[in-house]
Design a protein around this ligand. Structure first.
Ligand SMILES: [Ca+2]
Length: 303
């Protein structure tokens, strides 16, 4: 599928520039910082996907810092799954079920053609240990995630994309359950599951193998597959933001990186809004919530 996607990109190269390094350059010149996510603790459903035994039980390896061997620092505890988000909601749809049923059982290491799950963990740890500040926290930052996605051959060959730093910041913020602005291994693993699942969905809906999906396909994916309950006018607005219009006839198409940006934001914003709705209405959901100015800024500026 990757080669087909690549071929499609070549075919459209004349007027589209998705596989150049524009995003990378843009990302390098920007000084963005990932902040802790929403400040209010959005707890995502973790699904029932256990980590492989080897990862659950293996003692963390020691690492070198200023010539001394320290035990690997433990990340903050991951919040417990928030059951409501796994259930279908009258107001927000059944996107929680999509994650439980279709994302948390993805074997990302297999998709990247590694021999075993621990190979992916090795990639993460190697990147983490390049920066002692990261090693102290047992986590990576946006720059490191960008490096892993762009420069790890098996991962790069899977997506054939240049991931921007901006995009990596967004992805870290979406999954920052520990709310420390860093990406721990568990968060990294879940991101890889999301990306592989989304890439497979994208390829399945890219019928003409052009490297893009049509607007109609995007809407079908959001509503029917992901299960978000979104009004047609809102979908129109989403399309304007995430698509590009091309000849012939002003077709509206969406590239994979835009698809990921949209999928990340849809999930994180929906969860953030839903959490406030639940809190304001005694655990029930009404599809509405009231938000202070600062709270709103925290939501949108973190992502
Ligand atoms: Ca984190």
């Amino acid at each position: 599928m990757s080669s087909l996607l690549k071929h499609g990109k070549k075919a459209l190269k004349g007027y589209l520039d998705i596989d150049d390094d524009k995003h990378k350059k843009k990302g390098k010149n920007r000084q963005e910082h990932t902040m802790s996510y929403y400040g209010g603790g959005v707890n995502y459903p973790l699904g029932n996907q256990p980590f492989p035994q080897s990862q659950q039980q293996a003692p963390p390896p020691p690492y070198q810092h200023h010539g001394h061997v320290h035990p690997m620092p433990q990340p903050p505890p991951v919040p417990q799954p928030y059951q409501l988000y796994q259930q279908e909601s009258q107001h927000y749809g059944r996107y929680g079920q999509y994650y439980t049923n279709s994302v948390f059982n993805v074997n990302a290491w297999e998709a990247y053609q590694y021999r075993q799950p621990s190979d992916l963990e090795t990639v993460f740890r190697k990147e983490m240990e390049k920066n002692p500040e990261n090693a102290l926290r047992g986590a990576i930052q946006a720059e490191d995630l960008m490096n892993v996605l762009n420069n790890t051959p098996s991962i790069r060959n899977f997506y054939r994309l240049n991931w921007s730093r901006e995009m990596c910041s967004i992805m870290i913020a979406m999954l920052d359950r520990s709310q420390d602005g860093f990406m721990q291994w568990a968060e990294f693993l879940e991101l890889q599951q999301c990306l592989v699942a989304w890439y497979n969905v994208f390829c399945q809906h890219d019928f003409d193998r052009s490297g893009f999906i049509d607007a109609a396909e995007l809407i079908r994916v959001i509503k029917q597959l992901f299960g978000y309950q979104i009004e047609p006018q809102t979908l129109e607005t989403i399309l304007k933001r995430y698509s590009r219009v091309v000849p012939p006839g002003g077709r509206c198409i969406i590239a994979f990186d835009d698809f990921v940006a949209l999928s990340v934001r849809l999930r994180a914003y929906t969860d953030a809004f839903r959490k406030r709705d639940c809190m304001a209405h005694g655990g029930g959901e009404t599809g509405t919530c009231s938000m202070g100015y600062d709270d709103f800024l925290r939501c949108v500026l973190c992502l």
